[in-house]
Design a protein around this ligand. Sequence first.
Ligand code: SF4
Length: 392
Amino acid sequence: MKYHNEIQGKLENFWKKIKLILTLHNSLRYHKVLTSPQEVGIEVTNSCNLQCIMCDKWKWIKKDKRLGGNLTTQKLKSIFDEAAKIGVKSIILTGGEPTLRKDFCELIEYLSHLNFNIAITTNGTYITSKMRELLIKNNVKVFFSLHGSYAELCDKLEGKSGTFKKVIKNIRDFISTKKKYKDTRCKVAIRCVVQKENVSDLASLFKLADKLGVDMVTYTIVHGRSRARLNEKCIQLLYGSFIKIKKIISTTNIDVVFHPHLLLLLTGHLNVKDIKQGLPSLSLFRSKPVPCLASYISTFIDAFGNVYPCPYASLPTYSYYPHLHARRYFCLGNINEESLSEIWYGKKYDEFRREVDAIDINKFPFSIVCGHCENYYFFKRTYQYVKLLSFL
Ligand code: SF4
């Protein structure tokens, strides 16, 4: 019976994906949005208790206190209600650090009653036992950020001593509590940003994840202007780490997700110059203008209620010229002034979709925003993607 249910679940998921691909195909063909956003990312706060070296947000907020923000509980609940009404499937709570919110548990409970697939990103330092139970009971996918396999490295990258110890303890507690709930679909993942100082530590981190018993490890590439950016030397070290991980993957039950950027870099599809300036996607956009698929299926709301096509497009909220100018371009509405569906189906979003049907990366502001992009090429670059899979 269990086996039968599993197969049925997989078939249903497969069918949903096919339907989504067909909808996207038709959206691009007729230049028209044909579905509500399937996924809404919400920056529930932009405050954070850490100061990671690869993150610029806390630096901007430190410079200008006016940039710190939170949506109210009431506002968030009204966004969730509307999202449920228009058929949004998944909500991802991001930050800043979402667990710093006093109403964090209340929000998770509310989302759960509305039957969303819920995911959160967390630095894992602030999770209480109450939060833990709630996240597990409500089948939430929890992405713990962890960028080093030992205290000295992790604390240095995350900007506060004692971080490693806290996060490891919290992941351990999380996994042992999860074992008590046999039926939970809660997943625990470690999310590592590959950067200059941890590039030769990736295999050790993977071994640690295995020891802890997490469900998944994801490796993404650093981007933006921080001093954590990769250089030529890092690329060779990355290759070494990759080979080590590849050797041990089959001995574990962990799902490993290497972000395509990393694989594209290893297979020589990315220009090192672009990697060095923290804009890994520039090489891909340059070879051929491609459409922004994200603008047809997902959306992102920042801590001030500004609605953007994706988290990268929201970066201009925080920085200064020329980003302020870019913000006018990418910000497609504000949830305090209009409803989610008014914005999603509105004129400005539609104009934006038409504009990004073929992104010219040489043109401002795409050069400074879409050079970060992690979204667009899954469908367009099937050939490369298949090649990358065989590389794995
Ligand atoms: S970075 Fe640009 S191309 Fe990528 S999802 Fe965002 S707006 Fe679209």
